[in-house]
Design a binder for this molecule. Sequence first.
Ligand code: GDG
Length: 500
Amino acid sequence: MSSDLVIVYHRQPYEEVELDGKIEFRENKSPNGIVPTLKSFFGKVDHGAWVAWKQAEDTANPGFDRVVEIEDDYGKYSVSRLPLTENQVKQFYHVTSKEAFWPILHGFKERYNYDPVDWPNFRQVNWSFAEAAASEAAEGALVWVHDYNLWLVPGYLRQMRPDVKIAFFHHTPFPPPDIFNVLPWRKEITESLLACDAVGFHIPRYAANFVQVARSLTDVDVTERVRVSEDLISEGTALTERTVPTRLSWKGRDVIVNTASVGVDTAYIAERAATDETANQVARIRKEMGDAQLILSVGRTDYTKGGVEQMQSFERVLEANPELHGKVRLMHVSVSANRNMTVYAEVQAAIEETAGRINGRFGRLDWQPISLISRPIPFAELVAYYRAADVAWITPLADGMNLVCKEYVSARTDGAGVLVLSEFAGAAVELGSAVIANPFSNRSMDEAILRGLRMGEDEQRARMAELKKAVEKYDVGAWGRSIDEVLGKVGGSPSPKPEA
Ligand code: GDG
């Protein structure tokens, strides 16, 4: 009961490395994640806590400690890892979260798998997270819960600790009632979210969908609605709402509904892009390319990312435009977060099969249309590819935000390059200056990539300048500040700690 701010997130803020049979904790160096931004909130309080999970079998290792006290540049905080059994991890994470919630959140009703869900197990795991947060939180502390696999935590926590303030952030899209309400646990989940003081989303459309869902299941009242910032509204598209509900009243309590899109560390990426090492790598890539244009596609191996649909578009474009043969290459970086899960193994197999077919159909001794990379590449190398690419082709079928497109823009300090972006990536709301494509339309996909390949330098530079402005405006720091503002409104920590 000692922390003013408790972050509950299934990911750990530290990587565990085994050295001589002993576990050591190392800072997670990934520059592109939001972990450093989350940790920076600990600097605003006297003591913070982070609650994550760890598979329990690891407790057999003598170096394993459930709670680790950390004092670093970010502040003083503890990290507790809930020990979950292998079956709990499978049920809570792989089955319920990934087979039932994930497809619904992204609008794939036909992929939703209800039968194997062990709901009591999901409740139990969420209860354990809530208990861990309750035991860390000081009187009146703020508990900040992340993502759908912890949906029931706010409701349980409200019962355990009525004194704490609770905020929740969704990293995924949030669907409208016709899709969300397919979940049999819809009311339980929604009532848990309404137990929060603030519920957050990347973009206004998801917030509006959540409010529609809440209204379809409960008698919640909308008590405040605001007009969405003009720069998030692109005329002629349906990318965002014009007005959005920002405050609800339910059972006598206020619930703030906020939107704040996660951004990237633009300065870090720009700095990385400007190094000699990057310049050398870019020169090497360009030399390998000869006079062919490079299309770059990066995304986790997931059906939501639309990898197969994109390759099919590439196939149609090659078929209809023989003059492009030998003159264009697609580099597809698709890394699986979890190879053991059947659904991801199937996507990987489909990607490999499609790429193989296209290469077999059009390839020549001196030209392979698609290069497939299925292992993670170091971030520095990824930046070099961002820099070398003529076009970044990012066309998920659904994506909460999508940071890859923002990283691409941040890396293009040379002001050139084209971004072709799906209108169903949350990022499209801010990045209306990209060539926007509808991944459900063959014509839209094919025209967009051709437009990207044929775009002249002046138009590229004009669009990239606009994209850069948006990516800098909505960078990771802005996300932090915007969340800070909401957390301030709910009256909990972190308010700046008094000077010593
Ligand atoms: C979820 C939501 C939301 C990819 N390949 C390599 C590599 N990556 C890095 C990218 C980027 C990250 O992975 C992917 O981030 P995204 O945001 O694009 O997508 P998700 O993983 O699905 O993230 C998403 C996000 O949460 C934040 O709220 O934007 O919508 O689905 O940073 O650079 N990094 C390296 N090698 C690779 O091969 N080093």
